[in-house]
Ligand binder design. Structure first.
Ligand code: CTP
Length: 398
């Protein structure tokens, strides 16, 4: 939660300004007060009324507003928050900041402030890659300004590349990382979660019953301790938590690529129920009955073991936690799995149907490490997550 925190949100002029409205909702949902500042260009994309309605506060836009000057001057405004967020941060705003210009309310606030500043750049890929912008970026980084994004992808202007504003959830995660001084502040942790889906053809797939509940709870618990979390999730029944960077994938191969792309990290928790096999002869068009009554023969190939691959890799996080979902000889299999895969801890759970754990709200786990084994009483998945997150925080500090 961000209760009691105050963010000054400067909305620059760019098509991504509409995403700032979602950001305001996410922040307020976390109990954070949002004081909005809308640049003249920003007001071309979102209206002052929608911004103020969502923020529940007046929008500041003009530098010389007599009411404001008597109530709260721009210097005071710039210092009244715990964090200034600029989203979208345009090439022009970045240039103004890098050269110390104060010619409108936004640039003046940014020059006058002594609070931390987070920028979410958004611009056309050529503008982002332009040496002038890259120079400004380096200058601003040197000044201690923090950045989230930009992402790579399809742009509103039809081009493809880096320059898309980070998604509101990712901006929220970056804000949390800067404002929440929990024991995991400043630590990046990757969590995999949910099932994977392995296609048979464009309309059918092979998957499993994982709901993603335990993984989502772990990501939320790590976030609550201040970690910046990358949540790599298969198609889960449970929604991804707020305030984490969500990378949605379908297959095991996509999940491995997403985890590798998210490295480096201080820790990684592999809670996903990854399909062990994928269909080698997956069809590119829907498989039809051929009238003979004969079922199509599926050939399988083993999927990459994401946990084992990361444990063996060069960028192995300091702490790697795996799960062992078993239906018989739970501890025996789990111990062997920890050694085979090379992770530090393995969280063993019995997923036999009678336990009601898979898809349920409770879990009963044994945490196995080189130091020993600890069985926790059956408790809500949220409680397991909170306990595990606290252990992770402790281990990363040791
Ligand atoms: N895992 C993974 N990639 C895979 C398979 C599993 O990252 N391709 C991870 C899971 O996220 C979990 C751990 O490995 O943290 C154990 O998963 P589990 O399904 O219990 O084990 P399997 O590797 O499938 O082993 P087995 O077939 O012996 O049950």
């Amino acid at each position: 939660m961000l209760s009691g925190k105050r963010v000054l949100l400067i909305i620059g002029g760019g098509i991504a300004a509409y995403k700032s409205l979602s950001l305001i909702r996410l922040l307020r949902g976390q109990g954070c007060a949002v004081t909005p500042v809308l640049t003249q260009a920003g007001a071309q994309f979102v209206t002052p009324l929608s911004v103020s309605a969502l923020a529940g506060q007046k929008v500041h836009s003009a530098l010389f507003d007599l009411t404001d000057e008597s109530e709260m001057g721009h210097i005071e405004l710039s210092r009244s928050a715990d964090l200034i967020v600029v989203a979208p941060a345009t090439a022009d705003l970045m240039a103004k900041m890098a050269t110390g210009r104060a010619e409108d309310l936004a640039s003046t606030l940014l020059l006058a402030t002594d609070t931390p500043v987070l920028l979410a750049p958004a611009m056309n890929v050529r503008m982002w890659e332009h040496p002038a912008t890259q120079r400004n970026l380096a200058v601003l980084r040197g000044d201690g300004i923090r950045f989230v994004g930009p992402d790579e992808g399809e742009m509103a202007c039809g081009e493809y590349g880096a320059g898309r504003m980070a998604e509101p959830e990712a901006i929220l995660a970056a804000i949390r990382a800067m404002l929440v001084q929990g024991p995991l502040a400043g630590q990046h942790i990757i969590v995999t979660s949910g099932p994977t889906q392995e296609p048979i053809d464009p309309v059918r797939y092979i998957s499993n019953r994982s709901s993603g509940a335990q993984g989502a709870a772990i990501a939320a618990a790590l976030r609550d301790l201040g970690a910046s979390v990358t949540f790599v999730t298969g198609p889960a029944a449970v929604p991804a938590p707020d305030g984490v960077r969500v990378v949605a994938v379908e297959t095991a191969q996509e999940m491995l690529a997403a985890v590798e792309a998210a490295l480096p990290a201080s820790a990684a928790v592999f809670a996903a129920a990854v399909a062990d096999w994928r269909v080698l002869n997956a069809a590119s068009s829907k498989v039809k009955k051929d009238g003979t009554g004969q079922a199509p023969a599926l050939q399988f190939v083993e999927n990459p073991d994401i946990l084992a691959t990361i444990c063996r890799g060069d960028a192995r996080p300091k702490l790697v936690v795996g799960f062992a979902a078993e239906t018989d000889d739970v501890l025996g299999h789990a111990r062997a799995k920890r050694l085979r895969k090379g992770c530090d801890w393995i969280v063993a759970n019995d997923v036999s149907p009678h336990t009601g754990i898979m898809g349920g709200v409770e879990n009963s786990v044994t945490v196995i490490s080189a130091e020993g084994e600890e069985t926790w009483p059956r408790m809500a998945k949220d409680a397991v997550a909170a306990k595990l997150a606290a252990r992770i925080a402790q281990a990363l500090h040791d």
